[in-house]
Design a protein around this ligand. Structure first.
Ligand SMILES: NC(=O)c1ccc[n+]([C@@H]2O[C@H](COP(=O)([O-])OP(=O)(O)OC[C@H]3O[C@@H](n4cnc5c(N)ncnc54)[C@H](O)[C@@H]3O)[C@@H](O)[C@H]2O)c1
Length: 328
């Protein structure tokens, strides 16, 4: 088993990474508590059953898979179900699934009864290496991604890399975009390893290494006012692309791949990045113009007045936050 602990304003939480962990989940769950298990309707039923078996006292709530469920509609529908079932302050929310499930369930946990404890069981590569750690939880409005949200750290993150065996290749590759991001902004040797080796041969190592990098940024700047913004490399344009195409054309990681390529200013670094993204069948460009994306970039939650801050990579493994040359 690999392990990390992450410090947050609500205490330190453990992240456990182990192939086959779901089958041994009861060792990590207090059977005396009541659990609200939230999962989308596409997650393999075996995983849902593993969690149900480990949590004898539970309410299971399903929602339609996909980014469109990070919505006020799903948020209030799930809250209504919880109220109808008299879910009390001592219940624990379990998010079982990808980043959509983690973001939506975490946001519900952050506000229901002014806050319920919350456990992340991420099952996509993207959620295992990124969204389950760091406490960002959010939902979208029609025109703005993650605009309603909070920083609400989980009490525990339980990662079973074996769940990646059932995840389709496109989703795996979308997760690889965030892993490539870590190499680009913070660790050249990791970037080279991703470029030259096959991460599926040792998922636990790659998940742990990615989270070690994320942990450094999150602990240094939990509330995203300075250095944590480096993790947004490629995200300003990526989020704008996702919204522009109404979440239909690209998976999150695919949009980030294009966003990273667009934002890197050094041509040699751009070339190396493109080579690496292509190895994982990720898109590297899109025909939409910057002018068409401007309105969505302006709405990006990180925008402050007329200033757009962007993250550039000046050498692989080293990033800087700069004022953009783009005029909004
Ligand atoms: N909070 C953060 O810090 C943070 C960071 C990065 C991304 N995000 C968010 O994460 C979301 C994307 O998450 P995602 O890429 O995990 O997508 P997702 O949650 O939509 O999951 C993708 C699909 O995979 C299915 N699935 C999940 N696990 C599976 C498994 N093991 N086997 C088979 N199918 C499985 C799901 O049912 C779903 O249909 C976006 O909304 C993005 O904004 C949040």
């Amino acid at each position: 088993m690999r392990q990390l602990s992450v410090k947050s304003h609500q205490g330190t939480y453990d992240v456990l990474i182990e192939s086959g962990l779901l089958k041994r989940l009861k060792h990590h769950i207090n059977p005396e508590l009541f659990y609200v298990i939230i999962a989308d309707d596409m997650i393999p039923i075996d995983y849902v059953n593993d969690v149900k078996n480990a949590c004898p006292d539970h309410l299971l709530i399903r929602f339609p898979a996909g980014e469109m469920s990070k919505s006020l509609f799903e948020f209030s529908r799930i809250i209504d179900i919880m109220v109808k079932h008299n879910i009390r302050k001592d219940a624990v929310v379990v998010a079982l699934g990808g980043g959509v499930t983690g973001d939506l369930s975490g946001f519900i946990a952050s506000v229901y009864s002014r806050g319920l404890d919350f456990i992340q069981i991420p099952t996509t590569l993207l959620s295992q290496i990124d969204s389950s750690v760091g406490g960002k939880v959010a939902i979208n409005t029609t025109d703005a991604k993650n605009i309603i949200g909070s920083i609400y750290p989980p009490k525990k993150v339980l990662i079973d890399s074996q769940t990646l065996n059932t995840l389709d290749k496109r989703q795996i590759n979308a997760g690889m975009a965030e892993m490539i991001k870590y190499g680009m902004i913070a660790d050249k040797a990791f970037f080279e390893k991703i470029k030259n080796e096959d991460p599926s041969q040792d998922w636990d190592y790659y998940i742990h290494k990615s989270l070690e990098i994320k942990k450094r940024y999150v602990e240094a700047d939990e509330f995203d006012n300075s250095i944590r913004q480096s993790l947004n490399f490629g995200h300003t344009i990526g989020h704008a692309l996702e919204t522009y195409y109404e979440y239909k054309k690209y998976l999150h990681g695919e949009a980030i791949a294009i966003g990273m390529v667009q934002i890197v200013s050094n041509p040699q670094i751009k070339k190396e990045l493109i080579e690496c993204l292509k190895k994982y069948n990720l898109p590297t460009s899109d025909p939409v113009s910057f002018d068409e994306l401007k309105v969505y970039i302006n709405r990006d939650k990180k925008g402050r007045k007329d200033l757009l801050k962007i993250v550039d990579v000046t050498e692989i493994g080293f990033s800087v936050i700069v004022k953009s040359q783009f005029k909004l």
